[in-house]
Structures are given as C-alpha cells and as structure tokens.
Design a binder for this molecule. Structure first.
Ligand SMILES: [Zn+2]
Length: 116
C-alpha cells in the first residue's frame, strides 16, 4: 500500500471519530504526503537524467573540435561540444557544402568570409 493510500484510509477513519482538529491534521498530513510523492518522482527523474548523462560522458571522445560517441567498437558523430558542455545535450553536427560541420542550434547565424 502506498503512502497516499494509507493517508486516504487514515482520513476516512478519522472522519468516523468526529474530531475536527484531528481531521484537519490528517488532511495536512495527506497533503504533505502528496507533495513528498511528487518531489520524490522529480528526484527520481533527475537521477535518471544524471545517470544517462554520465553513461554518455563515459563514451565521449574529443577529436578535431567535435565529440564522438565510441561504444561497442562503433564511432558515432560528430556532436557539438558546446551543446554537450553547456546543456548536456548530444546534438549532431551537419556538414555543409563547404565541408564544414555545424551545430544547427547555436551556429545558425554563421557567415563565411567572402573572398573576391
Ligand atoms: Zn551546439
């Protein structure tokens, strides 16, 4: 039985006793339990996110100003170093017609030197 189910059951039992102060305290307890369950869920999500980031970090190699994921004998990438270092996001770079690799998130406003 979860803490929420237990709290609901306690509320129902206290209603039968007909003690308004106790009933209010049990409702507060139920509300606090709900908040704790929500916070617990958020913490579990954050732990999962950090574990995923850590697992990715262990596979990253830096090469020619890019990151590559090297795992099980395969090499994937290149990925943007700035996106990973700042936001822990693996963003694939794209090669343009000039054979330059670009991150589509933060390097959209690139400009080329024009040679006359
Ligand atoms: Zn980027």
């Amino acid at each position: 039985m979860s803490v929420i189910d237990t709290a609901k059951e306690a509320v129902m039992l206290v209603q039968k006793i007909d003690n308004i102060d106790l009933y209010k305290k049990i409702l507060e307890l139920q509300s606090d339990a709900l908040k704790m369950v929500e916070e617990n869920g958020k913490l579990h999500d954050r732990i999962r996110e950090l574990e995923t980031g850590l697992a990715i970090k262990d596979t990253l190699t830096f090469e020619d100003n890019h990151y590559f994921v090297v795992k099980n004998g395969t090499k994937d990438g290149p990925f943007c170093t700035l996106c990973w270092d700042n936001d822990r996001k693996l963003i694939r770079k794209h090669k343009d017609d000039h054979d330059w690799w670009w991150c589509l998130i933060h390097e959209k406003k690139r400009s080329y030197l024009q040679v006359f």
